[in-house]
Write a protein that binds this ligand. Structure first.
Ligand SMILES: *[C@@H]1O[C@H](CO)[C@@H](O)[C@H](O)[C@H]1NC(C)=O
Ligand SMILES: *[C@@H]1O[C@H](CO)[C@@H](O)[C@H](O)[C@H]1NC(C)=O
Ligand SMILES: *[C@@H]1O[C@H](CO)[C@@H](O)[C@H](O)[C@H]1NC(C)=O
Length: 465
């Protein structure tokens, strides 16, 4: 009978495992390209992506203040083409809505009701995409967020919002006054609506009382936003995620629809380490009362950039956020082409121009694409250009594959650097905010992990499938 105690233990643990419902700690969602193709011509496409990346940078750096009655809660992509999309299901029964996947934003909202109005939300008036709305009436679990709810203070980033709950002062307990509407202004548009608490229906897990914006009108927004940034109302915070990760597919200039996985992890294993990842710490966000948005971004500690092994001279004040909140590097899933402030970009470009001897610079292509420098590679079977590397604190280094920072234009006649800066707007136009915004194009075919529990950002190069 020597085996009895151990078989008893086995039985006990089996019993326990049956009694304790195990909720999954990993949730996997498909992540795909945001489907829109405003201009098929490759020149125009690059020009377009360059201009939306710059508009996005403008917005991230100089978030607009909100109007008096409402409060800006989050920055938004000024345009989301070139971005990635994730579908989420809300309500009972669930309604599935596509969202722009945005690590540079801290609020989740969807187009809402049959009356949703969207101005300039489609780039092609002849073939407008159908904008899918959430219909609260069809959900038995939709509730409007009340004025006195602490969550109302959080989404308005203002605990004093409750002083506006006038109706509630008299009848405190069952006050019906709703949380004041939100209005979010961004680069070239806006969205606004009322805030709901609703069930978020994830694969294998229902999350009740998720705070989500029900937008009644927007402009220049092709879809709702899934804010994966920091802050109390972002998706990772509301779900208590320990980490999330994804692998960025190459941008689909040919519009083939492929998806990768966005993995949300709620498990609490602090010793977790994903194989082969290089980590760098996420650094503390600047907390500037008038620039609340800076508290939403993921800042990484970039120490230096090299081009062909040559170190680019960057003023050290540019590399980390200062007391005024300006400076530093963020990783942003809503940006396509990496943005660099003028004073970082110019020496970087000079370094390329000085090192590239085999190809002629073509300024005609530069003015057509809005990208620079561009080189004429006509007649060359293979193209070799100086390697660009980002060196992060902790020794992590990203040496980008050529396809991640030079793009072929036209009929393989020229290649252009896919990093943007202020350009004609002049260096003053985009002062303030992060100095460098790392975009998707540069991180294509990288697996990335936002390890929120350990406050670090991990990555490895791999072919995303
Ligand atoms: C927005 O749409 C209006 C027509 O509804 C049009 O006149 C205007 O040019 C558009 N603006 C942009 C920036 O696309
Ligand atoms: C990690 O790297 C090793 C060696 O390069 C490789 O064999 C292995 O497949 C990698 N594992 C993952 C999960 O990428
Ligand atoms: C690139 O160089 C080739 C050969 O010298 C020339 O024919 C072509 O016009 C150049 N392309 C551009 C865009 O300047």
């Amino acid at each position: 009978m020597a085996g009895a105690p151990s078989s008893y233990l086995c039985f006990l643990s089996l019993l326990l495992s049956l009694l304790i419902p195990s909720s999954p700690t990993t949730i996997t969602l498909p992540l795909s390209h945001f489907k829109t193709d405003p201009s098929p011509h490759p020149y125009q496409k690059l020009t377009y992506l360059a201009s939306v990346s710059l508009a996005r940078a403008h917005h991230i750096k100089n978030p607009k203040k909100a109007l008096a009655t409402a409060t800006t809660t989050t920055p938004l992509s000024s345009h989301s083409y070139g971005g990635y999309s994730v579908s989420l299901s809300f309500g009972t029964p669930p309604q599935t809505i596509p969202f722009v996947f945005d690590t540079g934003s801290g609020f989740v909202w969807f187009p809402c009701t049959h009356r949703y109005v969207c101005r300039n939300c489609t780039s092609s008036p002849t073939d407008p995409p159908v904008i899918q709305s959430f219909i609260p009436k069809l959900s038995s679990s939709a509730k409007i967020l009340g004025c006195l709810s602490p969550k109302c203070g959080l989404i308005h980033n203002n605990p004093d919002v409750h002083s506006r709950c006038k109706d509630c002062q008299a009848a405190a307990k069952d006050c019906k006054q709703i949380c004041p509407p939100y209005l979010i202004l961004y680069g070239s548009g806006s969205t606004g609506g009322v805030t709901l608490v609703e069930t978020l229906d994830l694969p294998g897990q229902k999350v009740p009382n998720f705070v989500v914006g029900c937008s009644l009108f927007s402009s220049h927004q092709p879809a709702g936003i899934a804010g994966f940034g920091r802050g109390p109302s972002s998706l990772p915070t509301q779900l208590g995620l320990k980490r999330f990760s994804y692998c960025l597919l190459s941008p689909n200039f040919d519009d083939t629809s492929t998806t990768t996985q966005l993995v949300l992890d709620t498990g609490s294993d602090s010793t977790h380490k994903t194989p082969n990842l290089t980590y760098t710490p996420l650094i503390k966000n600047p907390l500037i009362p008038t620039k609340h948005q800076f508290s939403v971004y993921y800042y990484v500690n970039l120490k230096k950039i090299t081009v062909g092994g040559e170190k680019i001279k960057i003023p050290s004040s540019y590399l980390s956020p200062g007391k005024d909140g300006n400076g530093g590097t963020i990783v942003d899933s809503g940006t396509t082409f990496t943005y660099m402030a003028y004073n970082v970009f110019e020496p970087l470009m000079t370094s390329f121009i000085n090192q590239v001897k085999d190809y002629k610079r073509v300024e005609s292509v530069e003015s057509q694409t809005g990208l620079r420098p561009c080189f004429n590679v006509s007649g060359h079977k293979t193209v070799s250009l100086p390697e660009i590397s980002f060196h992060f604190k902790g020794g992590a280094k990203v040496a980008l594959p050529l396809a991640n920072y030079f793009s072929i234009v036209g009929d393989a006649e020229a290649v252009c650097l896919t990093i943007v800066t202020e350009g004609e707007l002049g260096p003053a136009a985009l002062s303030g905010g992060p100095t460098i915004i790392l975009g998707n194009f540069q991180l294509q075919n990288y697996f990335m992990e936002f390890d929120l529990r350990n406050e670090r950002f991990g990555f490895r190069q791999q072919t995303c499938k």
